[in-house]
Design a protein around this ligand. Sequence first.
Ligand SMILES: [Cu+2]
Length: 243
Amino acid sequence: MTTSTENRKRFSIGGLVFVLLGVAVVSLVGVLLHHLSADPQKPLYATKSSQTISIDGKDYAKASAVLGVYPDKATAAEHGYKSNNKDWVQYGPSTHLVLPAHTYVTVTLHVYDSGEALNHAYFGKVVGTVGGTMNIDGTDVTNIPYDQVQHTFTLHGLPTSTQDPLFVNVPLPRVATDDKDNFLPTKDAGTNYKGHTVTFSFLTGGAGEYVWNCEYPCGDGTYRKFGAVMGQLGYMSGKVTVA
Ligand SMILES: [Cu+2]
């Protein structure tokens, strides 16, 4: 009798410990995921303009945002962005953009990195912009050669039927280098001849949460150069909130 009561007590204590451990693991995973998806920088709100633009007979409000793409922190600092990130390639000043809904959004990227080839030429095409073009240093283009790319800005949604689709792909032209990997001067006054200025516009739909990332393999070797920086908020991927 005593033995059986003891056994039952031992069993129930064992069960309690098991449940508590389970709760602890789930909480830890929750905290970790929350931490991983938290914004490493303050969101960048697009600047709203008082102007409108008419597209296919419909008037849209206008808004704009300016960002840089830097090979390292020193280059970011040189061009006015004091980054608290690791010394990796990165977008700045924020990888979380907040854009107004149903608006003609113009994004300007000052880009300062070298590069090589994309895994797939598709990401060398401009997709989802108004007119199907982007502007590089004053010239409109619809694509760039797949082996002249430094990074891409590839904005997309998560599969859902509750928000408007939004897909934009813009390949960023690389800065040429000499045979010792030193950057060569460019013809772009907008970057003080150190990079290229890329401008593109797209229309936002209704409110929603989207993500963007770079599709140029600029990460470490964890998985075919798609490791580390490629999946890190604050570097080569981020969020877009349409509000
Ligand atoms: Cu990249």
